[in-house]
Every structure is written in structure tokens, then in C-alpha cells.
Design a binder for this molecule. Structure first.
Ligand SMILES: Cc1cc2nc3c(=O)[nH]c(=O)nc-3n(C[C@H](O)[C@H](O)[C@H](O)COP(=O)(O)O)c2cc1C
Length: 375
């Protein structure tokens, strides 16, 4: 269900832009593209041209989740715009929402470069940024008076520095982030699953997670709050994390972050950097297993955001049918180009109509219902 416009733009991206861009260092290319995106976002005319090239909306895609209204369920995942510099252009590209960050409480330099690689055969990226962030005070002061045209999710993390590796100091940096960014954006995400920090993922431990949420509850964030879940937890530990979250002010979950364990990942490339978490098609299956597990375990009561390996409308639709109220992506856009967003949205409309759903919400979790006549 690709339109002529999307076919031309997507074909042009894959034939010209991508082969050229893939000759250069991935982080350098990302920085250049971000700078170009900031420029496009700055002026009404360039935003309008971007919208004309990439926009597409349909009433069937409009959806309400946790009291927030979305013109479509496709969002930009955390990590592409860590500093919130692209909030003017991302809505024009057609995303229904975006997540910025992760933003750390204190400034955090991240790991040494190089820290981003491509795995072209696997259609994946290896990410070893290690939470580079100018810190919550700088991001808050830049965004406090800068509205975003789509729901803005702000991902919070603790600085990746030895000083914050302890439980108490780690919690205090999350609290700094939540406090400084309390009034920024429409929703918060607590990232407990960055695979690239010196201290590991201490808050995936249920007791530490409980202590973290107890401290964050005190900040009095009034917006919906989501937890970004790791991909690799044993089911029993994941269930404990879910149980802890339900005792606190948690709205829903994002499933999932990157995978670190190379033995669990279906990697087709011969050379794989030893460090870093892997995104894209490599995590497609496992992120869906986690999504399905969390949906069933939480009894479909809490909204879920599905992320990991979305490269097509079929992929996004599958995440929705497995229980995602919203879907995010990064790697698919890098491999297939920004016209993928419109291609996915058109394809979603066609699939919802084909299967007789009157809304995105009606299709959420459809795979667990006995027959199509129930919607
Ligand atoms: C370059 C890059 C940086 C990322 N940084 C973050 C981050 O700071 N915080 C976070 O929660 N997830 C981060 N992620 C994970 C993504 O948000 C997402 O969960 C993951 O990439 C799977 O989606 P994808 O297969 O569509 O890329 C990052 C991913 C990439 C590719």
C-alpha cells in the first residue's frame, strides 16, 4: 500500500542517500542529519515542505492513550534526539509522538568514540553511547518554553559516571532529572535498561527498582509515567519488576530496550563490535516476546508501547495486535528512510480496514482474542 510519493522518496533514499551515508562514521552522519533536521524545523516554509514530502494522516489512526491524544500511533524512540533539538521537525516528518533523551540528571559525557556501528546484513545498529547527555538542567532550560506539536515523552536516566554507580547516588540523579524536567513534555519515561553503563542495570533488580520508584513518587510528576523495560530479564524477574511498578505511580511500559547478549541475538554480520547494545531486526522477535508477556501478565490494563525492529506496516501492526497501544522505531527509519513513517501509516489504515477494526485501540491485543467477530 505504498503511495507513488513514498515509493519515489523511499527508493531515492535507498539508492542514493543510504549508500552514500553508510560510507561514513555513523555518529558523524547522525550529527549532520540532526543539524540538517534542526535547520528544517526552524522555519515555517521548510517545515511545510517537509510535511508535504513526508506527511500523511487518516482519522482511523487518531488514538487516545493515558489521556493523551495522538494523531497517529507511530513515535520516534529514545536515543535519536537525545537533547530535544529536533522537536520542530519530527512532527513534520509525520510521527505521532516522540521520545527525547535519555536525559541524565547531571551532565554525562557518555562512552569514548567510536560508539555507534552498523550491522547492514542484520539490519541493526550497535549502540555504545553510554548515556551522553548535557544533563537535565540544560535540557529543561532549553525546552521549558518550547512547545512540541505532538506528545513529547522525556526519557530520564542517571548519569553514567562512577559517582552515580551506588544505589543511593543513582537514585538521587534520577530524582534530579525528574525534578528538573517535571514540567517538560507530556509524559515521562524512566529508563532502567540502558545496556551501556559502567554500573550495569542496577534498577532492573526489583528491590532497587522499588526504592527508585519510591523516590520518584515523591517528586510529584503529574504526567503519565512509563518504564522502559530491558529485553533480557528472566520472566520471573520481569514479573517482579511489573509487580513493583503496579505499586507506584506507573502508567505503562515500553517494550523494549537494546539487547547486549550476542548469543541471544540473530546476527547475520560476521564482524560485530564486542561492546554495545544491538537494535533493529536482531531484537524483533525477543522484543515481541517481552511485549506479549507484559500484555498478558498485566491483563491488558496498562498501556504498552512496542519498540524493536519495526521496518514495515506489517511489523507495526503485529506489535499492535500483540498488545501495543503505540509503536516506536529508530533503526527502521535509518535503513529505509523517513518516508517509512508515511508508508507504515498508510499500511496500518489498510490493515485496520481489511480486518474490520474501527480504530487502532480496537486492534490492540487482537491476537489473543478468539475471533474477529469480537471487535
Ligand atoms: C543510536 C541509538 C541510541 C539509543 N539511545 C537510547 C537512550 O538514550 N535511551 C533509551 O531508552 N533507548 C535508547 N535506544 C534504544 C531505542 O530507543 C529502541 O528501544 C531500540 O533501538 C529498538 O528500536 P529500533 O529497533 O526501532 O531501533 C537507542 C537506540 C539507538 C539506535
Amino acid at each position: 500500500m505504498t503511495s507513488f510519493r513514498d515509493a519515489v522518496l523511499g527508493g531515492g533514499y535507498r539508492a542514493v542517500v543510504k549508500p552514500l551515508a553508510f560510507q561514513f562514521d555513523p555518529e558523524m552522519v547522525h550529527d549532520r542529519i540532526s543539524y540538517f533536521g534542526m535547520t528544517l524545523g526552524r522555519f515555517g516554509l521548510t517545515r511545510a515542505v517537509t510535511r508535504a514530502m513526508f506527511g500523511y494522516e487518516h482519522p482511523l489512526l487518531a488514538t487516545t492513550v493515558a489521556g493523551m491524544q495522538f494523531r497517529n500511533p507511530i513515535g520516534l524512540s529514545a536515543g535519536f534526539d537525545k537533547e530535544g533539538r529536533l522537536i520542530d521537525v519530527i512532527p513534520a516528518v509525520g510521527f505521532g509522538f516522540m521520545e527525547i533523551g535519555s536525559v541524565t540528571g547531571s551532565p554525562s559525557p557518555g562512552n569514548a568514540k567510536p560508539r555507534l556501528w552498523r550491522l547492514p546484513r542484520s539490519r541493526a545498529l550497535v549502540v555504545h553511547f553510554g548515556l551522553n547527555s548535557s544533563g537535565s538542567a540544560a535540557v529543561a532550560s532549553r525546552l521549558a518554553t518550547h512547545p512540541c506539536r505532538i506528545p513529547l515523552f522525556v526519557s530520564l536516566a542517571k548519569a553514567n559516571l562512577p559517582a552515580f554507580d551506588g544505589q543511593t547516588t543513582g537514585i538521587s540523579d534520577y530524582v534530579t532529572a525528574a525534578t528538573n524536567l517535571r514540567d517538560v513534555g507530556a509524559a515521562k519515561v524512566i529508563n532502567i535498561s540502558c545496556p551501556n553503563t559502567t554500573g550495569g542495570e542496577p534498577f532492573a533488580d526489583p528491590a532497587a527498582f522499588d526504592a527508585l520508584l519510591t523516590a520518584i513518587d515523591q517528586v510529584g510528576v503529574t504526567q503519565p509515567t512509563f518504564i522502559k523495560l530491558p529485553i533480557h530479564l528472566p520472566w520471573s524477574q520481569l514479573d517482579e519488576v511489573l509487580d513493583v511498578a503496579e505499586r507506584h505511580q506507573v502508567t505503562g511500559f515500553i517494550c523494549t530496550n537494546l539487547i547486549k547478549d550476542r548469543t541471544q541475538a540473530k546476527i547475520l554480520d560476521r564482524q560485530v563490535p564486542a561492546k554495545g547494545g544491538i537494535s533493529g531486526k536482531v531484537i524483533w522477535e525477543r522484543s515481541n516476546e517481552v511485549l506479549a508477556h507484559v500484555y498478558q501478565r498485566t491483563g491488558a490494563r496498562l498501556p504498552l508501547i512496542g519498540v524493536g525492529g519495526v521496518f514495515s506496516a506489517d511489523d507495526a501492526y503485529q506489535k499492535i495486535r500483540l498488545g501495543a497501544s503505540l509503536v516506536q522505531l529508530i533503526t527502521g527509519m535509518i535503513y529505509r528512510g523517513p518516508s517509512l513513517i508515511s508508508e507504515i501509516k498508510r499500511g496500518l489504515v489498510a490493515r485496520l480496514q481489511r480486518d474490520g477494526f474501527s480504530s487502532v485501540a480496537a486492534a490492540v491485543g487482537a491476537d489473543y482474542r478468539p475471533s474477529p467477530s469480537t471487535h
